[in-house]
Design a protein around this ligand. Sequence first.
Ligand SMILES: [Ca+2]
Ligand SMILES: [Ca+2]
Ligand SMILES: [Ca+2]
Length: 275
Amino acid sequence: MKKALFLFALCSLVASMTVSVSAETKATAREATVKPEIDGVIDQVWGDADRMYGSNWGDTTEGLDNPSIVNSYASLMWDADGLYLLGVMYDTTIPDAEDVEARNSIDFWVSETYTDDTTFDAADGDWHYCKASTGEEVYYCGNETVYDEATTAVAVYDDHYVVEIFCPWQTEGFAPAIGTKIGFTVSFNDDIDLDGGRDSYAFWETTEVSGAYWSETQALPKIEFVAGPEVAVDEPAEAPSTDAPAEAPITADAGIVAAAAVMAVAAGVVLSKRH
Ligand SMILES: [Ca+2]
Ligand SMILES: [Ca+2]
Ligand SMILES: [Ca+2]
């Protein structure tokens, strides 16, 4: 009898823990028990991390469509040093030259202390990072310091590209722990006819408080920090599609991004950038 009661209590505890996470948050970020290498190759430690898919369609140019855009996703991990961001974007129309306005790109929005406000403050832990398939970056809201401090990489494959970013915490004295909640959302942008204008985009979620999916921090869903996976060896995880890189990626400095982009006709070219 006591054993049954104990099991019941244990199950109730687990159930309440599950409800606690799902009721207050939209997704989780696991602790980076192994730091992922910022190289555009999906490390084992990313594993089965929660995926925030671009499940909400934005505007689409008539006659131009990318039905695969909704398969694009982002995942997050955390540790004491900062936030790790992974983006996988399904896009078969990658520019072979500079993408000045970053119209083939992934936008990440973060509110470290979940300020739950109508603004993105420029001097605190509200920030945004836009990374294009060809390496360009465009700032337009929040704490611009992240563009000086983050480490980023993009790798282009046959039908998708992978963005990895590490950004040190921007909030002074920030002490992340299991149970910490931050605000986050993501969108995926595609210039399908490569004329420099965006033709389609999709984004993850907003809160019930605001549908302004990126322009207000109160529109950012909550992500809860949880414990990390047990990863013994930091080897690449399974590729996100059947079109794995054909050969070992080549790395390039930001200064030769354009030249490297021309080379990107071969799958698996990596464009790395460290500010
Ligand atoms: Ca990696
Ligand atoms: Ca494109
Ligand atoms: Ca276009």
